[in-house]
Ligand binder design. Structure first.
Ligand SMILES: NC(=O)c1ccc[n+]([C@@H]2O[C@H](COP(=O)([O-])OP(=O)(O)OC[C@H]3O[C@@H](n4cnc5c(N)ncnc54)[C@H](O)[C@@H]3O)[C@@H](O)[C@H]2O)c1
Ligand SMILES: N[C@H](CO)Cc1c[nH]c[nH+]1
Ligand SMILES: [Zn+2]
Length: 416
């Protein structure tokens, strides 16, 4: 357990990105650029132990998967889709009316969507990305997801069918990001890559950014839970375990002014961890990346939460709502005991693709608006030009840019 000060000291010197991986990710990207599909076949064998015959999964297989999954799974996927669609429509940028100065909104043309599948096939990620692209009006959606020994999970394929994905390729990791960024013989180059993934995926996205757009660095999962004497220790314990089970790199933070509650919750975690099917992952994650922080006041609690800028911030105190205005960094806020993080993972409506590693200081969670771009439109009347030109002419002189000056000056003269 840390005090606020010791935690701040540790946090200031800590860097969770494993930079030693950067070289190997860089060389994977180069190899895909040079050798295209062949590199993808080779890396699937090397990293996923699978000899692929084909990269693309045909649309007939998606339809077949949709028909073959259980009714309750199909209904749950449809329900989640409906909730996501409803929320994303409500926050979509609205096109302003044309005037002399305005912004024109356009959907992106082609986007690549990474659906993780290394240690768990994240079927919900298909919905938490593609539905947003569809609401935005994106022309073409392409899903990549790691290959599996028995083929990509039927649920993932069925979800792709439900949201009308145009192409699905069974390829994962940094090699999939490189293929989307630069294109191969089979996989077309996209305009933007979105979706979460492990360290390899996150680093690859960082490296290809600029040649292609990315959403954010949505790396290994994180949760910050704030508790007080009234919090349910068993419920909070499950919330911590739920994020820890994603990855050995997943980070969990538990923060309170109440030391006894911190101890009570961690005792619950210890009690429950042994029976978890993903015990091996959870125990490694907790051992290396769990922080319990004992704060002296609510002010300190808020400071620590804002310093972490975590992916998920779960406030399970009596005065939970009062934190909404105080937490200024964080991917998504979960307020009160009945807004557990896992409800956001699956069905609430906001996307579960969220910035990690402190990126919530400057990035947002994925939304429909990430699939839109705007350009400003300048369409001036002669009278507005005449009004603005003298200041422009003066600034052009200041910058000693004669042609800029002339472009304004002679027009102004002609309109007199
Ligand atoms: N931030 C978010 O929004 C968010 C949302 C969902 C999931 N996640 C995170 O996504 C991640 C999913 O990770 P995952 O591993 O299960 O699946 P993944 O699909 O992200 O990664 C699997 C791929 O990693 C590559 N890989 C594995 N070992 C490698 C090595 N040694 N060298 C090069 N490449 C290698 C392989 O190609 C494999 O296909 C977790 O960290 C989870 O926490 C984050
Ligand atoms: N908690 C993850 C984001 O960090 C998203 C997810 C998908 N499925 C389950 N969980
Ligand atoms: Zn989760």
């Amino acid at each position: 357990m840390y005090t606020t000060n010791t935690f701040k000291e540790i946090y200031a010197t800590k860097n969770d990105i494993d930079w030693t991986l950067l070289d190997s990710v860089q060389s994977i990207i180069k190899e895909v650029q040079q050798n295209g599909d062949q590199a993808l076949f080779d890396y699937s064998k090397k990293f996923d132990s699978i000899e692929l015959a084909e990269l693309e999964i045909p649309s007939s297989s998606l339809k077949h998967a949709y028909q073959s999954i259980n009714n309750d799974l199909r209904t749950s996927l449809e329900t989640a889709k409906t909730n996501i669609e409803k929320y994303q429509k409500s926050i979509k940028w609205k096109q302003s009316e044309a005037s002399e100065l305005y912004q024109k909104i356009h959907p992106l043309n082609r986007v690549g969507i990474y659906v993780p599948g290394g240690t768990a096939p994240l079927v919900s990620t298909v919905l938490m990305t593609t539905v947003l692209a569809n609401v935005a009006g994106v022309n073409e959606t392409i899903v990549v997801t790691p290959p599996q020994t028995d083929g990509v999970q039927q649920a993932i394929l069925a979800a792709c069918h439900i949201v009308n994905v145009d192409h699905v390729y069974q390829i994962g990791g940094a090699q999939a990001i490189a293929a989307l960024a630069y294109g191969t013989e089979t996989i077309p180059k996209v305009d933007k890559i979105v979706g979460p993934g492990n360290q390899y995926v996150a680093l690859a996205k960082k490296l290809v950014y600029g040649d292609v757009g990315i959403d954010s660095i949505a790396g290994p999962s994180e949760i910050v839970v704030v508790v007080d004497d009234a919090s349910r220790a068993d419920w909070v314990a499950y919330d911590l375990l739920a994020q820890a089970e994603h990855d050995v790199q997943a980070r969990t933070f538990l923060i309170s002014e109440n030391k006894d509650k911190l101890n009570e919750i961690m005792a619950e975690v210890d009690k429950k961890v042994g029976s978890q099917p993903r015990y091996a992952i959870i125990s490694k994650s907790l051992k290396s990346h769990h922080y319990s922080v004992h704060t002296a006041s609510k002010k300190e609690t808020v400071e620590v939460v804002n310093l972490i800028a975590g992916e998920h911030i779960s406030i399970q105190t009596k005065d939970a709502e009062s934190y909404v205005d105080l937490i200024t960094t964080g991917g998504a806020l979960f307020i009160g005991p009945y807004s557990p993080e896992a409800i956001g993972d699956y069905v609430a409506g906001p996307s579960h693709v969220l910035p990690t590693g402190g990126n919530a200081r400057f990035s947002n969670g994925l939304s429909v608006n990430d699939f839109l771009r705007t350009n400003s439109v300048i369409n001036l009347k002669p009278s507005t030009f005449t009004e603005m030109a003298p200041s422009g002419i003066r600034l052009a002189k200041e910058e000693a840019l004669q042609a800029h000056h002339d472009s304004l000056y002679f027009r102004l003269e002609d309109t007199k």
